[in-house]
Write a new protein. Sequence first.
Length: 180
Amino acid sequence: MDKVALRKQMKKLKSELSEQEKLDAEINALNLLSKCAVFQQAKSVLVYNALPDEIRTQRLLETWGKSKNLFLPRVNGDDLDILAYSKDFVQKGAFDIYEPVGEDLHDIAEMDLIIVPGVAFDLKGNRLGRGKGYYDKLLCKATCPKLGYIYDLQLLEQIPAEQHDIPMNFIVTDKRIISL
């Protein structure tokens, strides 16, 4: 299946989740993430504010924002800037995602872990994004571990991967932790 068809299939599957299923998945994924050694050891973590069809990250930000240095991306043209997370300093930005405000930019090299959204991931750690390339550009500069964070239904046997795609080191879903 090509990337366009996979994106369409994943959108349909996620749209069929009930609000209770989304809430249960969010809680289960956060519990598993909290048990993941790479997350436990990380002090500075780049997270993301979830889009409506992604596994929610608000509880993650609220739970861990007091004990870890959390950062969020902000769209800047074709790139992502990295800024410290503060629930009091976010506003709707590109794609109606709440993004951090301010000018205190951080470098990807400061991160101990990157939690990455995706349309789908496969069992080799390959990621299917939304097709804009924001994370592709960011991840190629990162040396820290990368962790895909998704609903288990977004984990596939295999997805099309290209040479420039950066594979994940870990995937956490609402049902399992996969170390790659």
